[in-house]
Design a protein around this ligand. Structure first.
Ligand SMILES: C[C@H]1O[C@@H](n2cnc3c(O)ncnc32)[C@H](O)[C@@H]1O
Ligand SMILES: [Zn+2]
Length: 435
């Protein structure tokens, strides 16, 4: 194994390219960027030196909507509409999930994310104590929410409340600054207004975030208006769920007034273009309205059963292309904004720092291969990163100054893949045996 992966301490990335300039980046032993520039090496006595020649440094990517352990369900159910996909295939299989599955699936998802430049993610799923263990083992950052689904039943709501409280207490007990907790009301079609209100009050009391699906399909909006007399964003707002700590995933079917409402409340809208196209939700997030309103718009992959990977480099391209195509505007969402979505906007949403390569920021750093085919010729690094490259161009990943991958080597990769394959097989076999 490359010794840089196992080494700990202060670190120097020597002769790396940032915005076209060749600089050194010094990282102190706390994992903070101590200096950037030609004299950066003088600020620390580096324990580790990484050769940055032929490398372009960018901030670590932040995936703001995942169901990480769904990596076990990759390719299990494709080419379906959302409601059928969830009710006929995904939920029946998820009924057989175990904590061990979630550990194996989340560790596997972390591996895939690290290999494509992601350092932090916002996750909503089940058995989240085991997801936390996986995140801890892999050295990433994550905000973890239990997927709260009460289907309007009081008994179920009580169980979901307990599960949420248990997870919050568990994550607090870990006392790991890389792992945070949020409340995860799944959506307005799976959680009653009483459940949504409880989630909002509990999140406020605990001073933690809210992670929710919002206006993913037209059916969600039509059904919500028919049941509650208002569109989903207004229902969430009436229940107190729209806050500066809220990440609302999808937001495809928002109208212009709802975009303004999200901006006013300080909500982050997580764009998930690949999942939206695959599930044919038939409308792209109105990014132009959200942007005009001043909302924070970040980027997510969604789970591996609707994407079907966790490559946020690839997702930047999907976002830029979908926005241009859907809203008939080649100038909408240029490369620089797509990178901002995948870095600073995500970091803002999860409170993981500025999401930039600046002195004092956490050293969440990705080194891209400047000699890769996708980076040749290198007229505009942002353009290549978004339109030409994918996660395969990521060579080295640091999270809080710790090297998670170097020269594409991640410790334990083979075993992680083997365990995930076995867990996926066993999950599907158990589900089949019971049917
Ligand atoms: C946490 C639950 O959310 C389910 N899920 C995964 N992807 C989506 C999506 O795009 N919309 C709604 N719900 C989704 C996941 O399977 C869990 O059951
Ligand atoms: Zn989702």
């Amino acid at each position: 194994m490359n010794e840089i992966i196992t080494a700990r301490g202060s670190l120097l990335i020597a002769g790396v390219t940032i915005d076209g300039a060749t600089v050194d980046i010094a990282v102190d032993e706390k994992g903070t960027i101590a200096a950037i520039g030609k004299d950066a090496k003088k600020t620390i006595d580096a324990d580790i030196v990484i050769d940055g020649s032929d490398r372009i440094a960018v901030p670590g990517l932040v995936n703001t909507h995942t169901h990480a352990a769904m990596s076990l369900l990759r390719g299990y159910a494709d080419d379906m509409i959302l409601q059928d996909w969830l009710s006929q295939k995904i939920w029946p299989l998820e009924a057989h999930l175990t904590g061990d599955d979630v550990y194996a699936g989340t560790r596997f998802a972390c591996l895939e994310m690290i290999k494509s430049g992601t350092v932090a993610f916002n996750d909503m799923y089940f058995f989240m104590d085991r997801a936390a263990a996986a995140v801890d083992d892999m050295g990433m950052r994550a905000t973890l929410a239990y997927g709260f689904i009460d289907l309007g039943m009081e008994e179920k709501r009580e169980a979901e409340i307990k599960a949420t409280e248990t997870l919050v207490a568990h994550v607090r007990s870990l006392d790991n600054p890389r792992i945070r907790v949020a409340v995860g009301p799944h959506s307005v079609y799976t959680v009653s207004p009483e459940g949504l209100r409880w989630c909002a009050e509990y999140a406020a009391e605990q001073e933690i975030g809210i992670h929710v699906h919002l206006s993913e399909t037209e059916k969600e909006v039509v059904d919500c208006v028919a049941r509650f007399g208002k569109r989903p964003a207004y229902l969430l707002d009436d229940c107190g769920c729209l806050t500066p700590r809220t990440v609302a995933a999808h937001c495809c079917w928002l109208d212009e007034a709802e975009c303004r409402l999200l901006a006013e409340r300080g909500v982050t809208a997580s764009h998930n273009p690949a999942s939206n196209m695959k599930l044919a939700v038939n409308r792209a997030m109105p990014y132009h309205w959200l942007k005009a309103a001043g909302a924070n718009v970040s980027l997510g992959t969604d789970g591996c059963s609707s994407n079907n990977n966790l490559d946020l480099m690839e997702e930047m391209k999907f976002a830029a292309l979908l926005q241009k195509f859907a809203w008939n505007s080649p100038t909408l969402l240029p490369a620089g904004e797509a990178i901002e979505m995948a870095t600073a906007a995500g970091a803002r949403a999860l409170g993981t720092g500025p999401g930039t390569l600046t002195v004092g920021a956490p050293a969440d750093i990705v080194l891209l291969d400047a000699r890769a085919v996708c980076n040749t010729p290198l007229f505009h690094a942002d353009s290549n990163a978004v339109y030409a490259c994918n996660g395969g161009a990521v060579m080295t990943v640091l999270c809080q100054g710790r090297v998670l991958m170097h020269e594409r080597e991640v410790p334990g990769e083979e075993e992680i893949v083997r365990e995930a394959a076995a867990a996926a097989r066993s999950l599907v076999d158990r589900a089949q045996d019971s049917s």
